[in-house]
Design a protein around this ligand. Structure first.
Ligand SMILES: NC(=O)c1ccc[n+]([C@@H]2O[C@H](COP(=O)([O-])OP(=O)(O)OC[C@H]3O[C@@H](n4cnc5c(N)ncnc54)[C@H](OP(=O)(O)O)[C@@H]3O)[C@@H](O)[C@H]2O)c1
Length: 273
């Protein structure tokens, strides 16, 4: 059952409370979409479970994946891709009304539906900035999932960032871009800061300037609606400093490296399937 005012589920189980599961739950609770008391957690790793409980005081712990899933209206499947199908197979006894939401990279809806009895399945690709309400997620519905399920999933994900529906084959592209993307951006920020360090800035100053530059530039793209090439052109003057820096990036195939990073991660997601 969903509440009459919100399409979000009234209770949510999380199976696998590692980095991504915890980030989603913390975002959902801190944004007041659901109270921690509406959550039931289960993880095979006691340290991961203890860390999740510490981050989500008031959440319930379950003795098994099945017990957690029995107790909740929707079930977030947040284990590594190789563990998803055995986990779903172990949940066949739960009522048909339960909604299964997988965040695993590369695991297809068809493969999950093949082991999920008649449960409705949704495949989601979130990213870790969900932890602070700045996530970027996409999702695709399984064959039994309904528009109400789409609304429930959108409600959960919108609490922790942006969300967009895509055709399922494109979820691998989403994985390569926004799912894995924070790690590329962390690397970029670190490298920018190292450049500042090499030019004499303190470590703290360099890191703060680098991170805020990335955050500010991203906000400018999103808020202006302008293409990044146009924004770049606006700050690149003839014979100036910026074109000198851009030329150094071009000489080292920076844009090509970014394109290939997304494609390699998408390829890896398809391999995992
Ligand atoms: N991290 C990201 O940025 C990101 C982004 C998008 C999507 N994802 C997806 O999110 C999923 C989880 O990734 P993660 O980075 O959060 O992994 P993680 O930190 O390793 O967390 C997974 C947790 O699930 C536990 N686990 C394994 N099998 C289980 C089972 N049958 N029942 C309950 N718990 C079980 C693991 O315990 P053990 O360590 O003891 O196995 C671990 O504590 C992956 O499928 C990944 O594709 C991750």
């Amino acid at each position: 059952m969903t509440s009459p005012t919100s399409p979000a589920p009234t209770s949510l189980a999380c199976l696998g409370t590692g980095k991504m599961g915890c980030a989603l739950l913390q975002g959902i609770v801190s944004r007041h979409l659901m109270p921690a008391a509406a959550l039931t957690l289960f993880d095979l790793s006691p340290p991961a479970l203890a860390a999740a409980l510490a981050a989500l005081p008031g959440a319930h712990l379950a003795d098994s994946a099945l017990a957690a899933a029995q107790s909740s209206e929707a079930i977030l499947l947040c284990v590594k891709p190789a563990g998803i199908l055995p986990l779903i197979a172990s949940l066949q006894a739960i009522p048909e009304s339960r909604l299964l939401i997988s965040i695993a990279a590369g695991v297809t809806l068809a493969s999950m539906e093949a082991v999920a009895a008649h449960h409705r399945v949704v495949r989601v690709m979130p990213n870790t900035p969900a932890l602070i309400g700045q996530g970027a997620a996409a999702y695709a519905l399984g064959t039994h999932a309904t528009p109400a399920d789409a609304a429930a999933v959108e409600s959960l994900l919108r609490a922790v960032g942006t969300v967009t529906p895509v055709a399922e084959p494109l979820l691998d592209a989403v994985t390569g871009l926004s799912g894995s993307g924070p790690a590329y951006v962390f690397t970029f920020i670190e490298a920018l800061a190292d450049g500042g360090l090499a030019e004499g800035l303190s470590k703290a100053q360099a890191l703060q300037l680098a991170a805020q530059t990335v955050a500010g530039a991203a906000a400018l793209v999103l808020q202006s609606g302008l293409h990044p090439a146009l924004l770049r052109d606006q700050v690149t003057s003839p014979g100036g400093t910026t074109i000198a820096g851009l030329a150094a990036l071009e000489a080292r195939a920076f844009r090509s490296a970014c394109i290939e990073a997304v494609r390699a991660a998408a390829h890896r997601a398809r391999e995992l399937a």
